[in-house]
Write a protein that binds this ligand. Structure first.
Ligand SMILES: NC(=O)c1ccc[n+]([C@@H]2O[C@H](COP(=O)([O-])OP(=O)(O)OC[C@H]3O[C@@H](n4cnc5c(N)ncnc54)[C@H](OP(=O)(O)O)[C@@H]3O)[C@@H](O)[C@H]2O)c1
Length: 282
């Protein structure tokens, strides 16, 4: 199978390229040579390589930066996704795209299902929702995977920042009143393969199983790194103000995977332990 991965040098993109390279013909594309905001460039890349599957892991992911760079966020996360959708549709390829828990406002008392109404709070969330809408409009042959609280080997992420701060001996204060479902990039990449193989189409929630607060995630990561004795002060979102508002609850129920009898990703605690042991063991 021929697969063209946009955003192939990002945190998820690198794990996707590795996961598919085992038995597929993989071509990676990323900035600066491939800009998904250029419709002509998207069409050229797809036309030259003629993939059966196009994977879009490219995005502007700096949530607080997006808040003050709205036009740029909508151009990349919204219109860029639309450009890939049109290129995929014109070529007959399946488009696999990643979206986010931040399309939800966090007011639901329980985990979010795929059919729940989005209502993003932040510019980032709104721009990612536009990307979803463009894909549904332009490319019926799509698979949208909403992931959340991503961590992995190849990028800056919350767990890496916590472990770095603990090593530097700083005082750790972590938000305890936001709940979500961590997603290990390596697991999401492996699962993307499974879902393409199972001919999944439409929108799915794809996370490691279970839920936690950022505080619980920090404590678990420190414990896995043998630093369980490091104190982490729980703080509220009000005490830790950031430019972009975050949903209090963005736990994603993997409702469709369950109802369709598809395999689930391992519990988040096991994924965090595997990640920390593999990347941060002395
Ligand atoms: N990170 C999370 O916590 C999280 C949570 C939920 C969902 N997601 C979604 O998961 C996907 C992957 O996220 P990630 O954390 O792996 O992202 P990432 O590490 O920020 O990687 C994104 C990649 O896209 C590239 N890119 C940015 N603008 C582009 C453009 N105009 N044209 C082509 N490439 C462009 C980036 O290049 P530069 O580095 O040069 O800008 C980078 O290589 C995204 O769709 C994201 O929205 C992420």
């Amino acid at each position: 199978m021929k697969i063209l991965i946009f955003g192939s040098r990002g945190m998820l993109g690198r794990d996707l390229a590795e996961a598919f390279s085992r038995d597929c013909d993989v071509l990676g594309a990323d900035l600066p040579e491939t800009d998904i905001t250029r419709a002509d460039v998207c069409l050229d890349r797809v036309g030259e390589f003629r993939p059966e599957v196009i994977v879009n892991a490219a995005a502007l992911t700096r949530v607080d930066y997006c808040e003050t760079h709205e036009a740029e966020a909508f151009r990349i996360n919204g219109e860029g996704a639309g450009n890939l959708a049109r290129a995929a549709d014109a070529s007959g390829a399946l488009l696999v795209h990643y979206s986010t828990d931040y399309v939800f406002d966090g007011t639901k008392p329980g985990p979010y299902l795929e059919g729940d109404a989005p209502n993003p709070l932040s510019v980032y969330g709104k721009s990612k929702l536009l990307g979803e809408d463009r894909i549904r409009l332009y490319c019926p042959n799509h698979l949208i995977l909403r992931i959340s609280w991503l961590f992995g080997a190849n990028g800056s992420n919350f767990i890496r920042k916590i472990l770095d701060a603990a090593h530097q001996g700083g005082k750790l204060r972590v938000v305890a009143d936001q709940e979500g479902s961590p997603t290990y990039a390596e697991d999401a990449a492996a699962h993307t393969r499974i879902m393409i193989g199972a001919k999944c189409r439409g929108t799915y929630h794809l996370t490691n199983q279970g839920a936690c607060s950022w505080h619980q995630l920090a404590v678990a990561a420190l414990k896995s790194a043998g630093m369980g004795g490091v104190a982490v002060d729980p703080v509220s979102s009000e005490d830790f103000r950031l430019p972009a508002p975050r949903p209090r609850n963005s736990v994603l129920a993997n409702g469709r995977l369950k109802s369709e009898g598809l395999p689930l990703m391992r519990p988040w605690e096991n994924a965090v332990e595997a990640y920390v042991r593999a990347r941060f063991s002395p």
